[in-house]
Design a protein around this ligand. Structure first.
Ligand code: GTP
Length: 243
């Protein structure tokens, strides 16, 4: 592999990142930039799978906070991830990257269903696999989806690309200008300090399966590739003994 630290990764993109500076929806310029960055990583020989959130279209938590049935609100969020996954597939295939979308909720007229062994086979053939519809269950986030799929496909790392921050801070950097960024954290510190980077279900799943999480800002100039090549940007979350 030419310069990559990892053979197989799960790239987690926040849905909001696809909206760029817009309030919601999908910014075509932004999604094209992301697609080109994914292409660069695929060209390094890395097997890339992607989990994308849906917050640019619908947030289950917001729906349930306004009195909606939680499960219904979450199912709407899962459908939002399907829209984003198809948009990503389109952006990737327009530049010649072969992809397969697999959905956790069956909608076989639109995409193939999630089948673990088949996903692995696609990855081995150099296809980018986009996991849509979350885990298929309400009460679980797309961060948990990324952790679950990473464990299932035996990925070497999760890359958590953020739209509005460039790592994990001790307090919200969008609110506190004196917030300090961590270069490294253990899973247990993330959970104990209640750092909002990933929910505790996702973090503990990564801890149990010893999957490192790289949290960094989604730049326009190749941060995904930098992380894959081992450059230290943002924050890495892993077990203390792996440092
Ligand atoms: P290989 O068997 O490794 O060649 O993989 P493949 O994905 O090319 O095989 P297949 O012939 O199963 O798939 C061809 C195309 O059909 C791909 O674009 C798949 O994503 C798509 N496809 C496969 N199964 C389904 C499905 O259940 N629903 C939908 N909508 N598309 C599917």
């Amino acid at each position: 592999m030419s310069g990559s630290q990892y053979k197989r990764i799960v790239l987690k993109l926040s849905g909001q990142a696809l909206a760029g500076s817009g309030y919601g929806g999908i910014d075509h310029e932004v999604i094209s930039i992301i697609a080109r960055q994914v292409q660069e990583v695929v060209e390094l020989g890395v097997e890339v799978s992607i989990v994308v959130g849906g917050g640019n279209i619908w947030r289950g938590a917001t729906g349930s906070a306004s009195g909606m049935d939680r499960a219904t609100a979450d199912y709407m969020g899962m459908l939002a991830t399907c829209i984003n996954s198809l948009a990503l597939q389109d952006a990737l295939e327009r530049i010649g990257v072969v992809t397969r979308v697999q959905t956790a909720i069956e909608m076989k007229e639109i995409a193939e269903p999630y089948i673990r062994r088949r996903a692995i086979r696609h990855l081995e053939k150099g296809r980018v696999v986009i996991f849509a519809a979350g885990t298929g269950n309400p009460y679980f986030t797309t961060d948990t989806t990324a952790a679950l799929r990473a464990a299932e496909i035996e990925a070497d790392a999760i890359l958590l690309a953020k739209g509005n921050v460039d790592g994990v801070y001790d307090s919200d950097p969008l609110v506190n200008p004196d917030a300090v960024i961590f270069s490294e954290l253990s899973y247990i510190e993330v959970i104990r300090r209640g750092l909002g980077v990933m929910d505790s279900t996702a973090t503990s799943l990564c801890m149990d399966n010893n999957i490192p999480i790289f949290v960094f800002g989604l730049s326009t100039d190749g941060n995904i590739k930098r992380v894959v090549k081992g450059e230290k940007i943002g924050t890495v979350i892993r077990g203390k003994n792996d440092a």
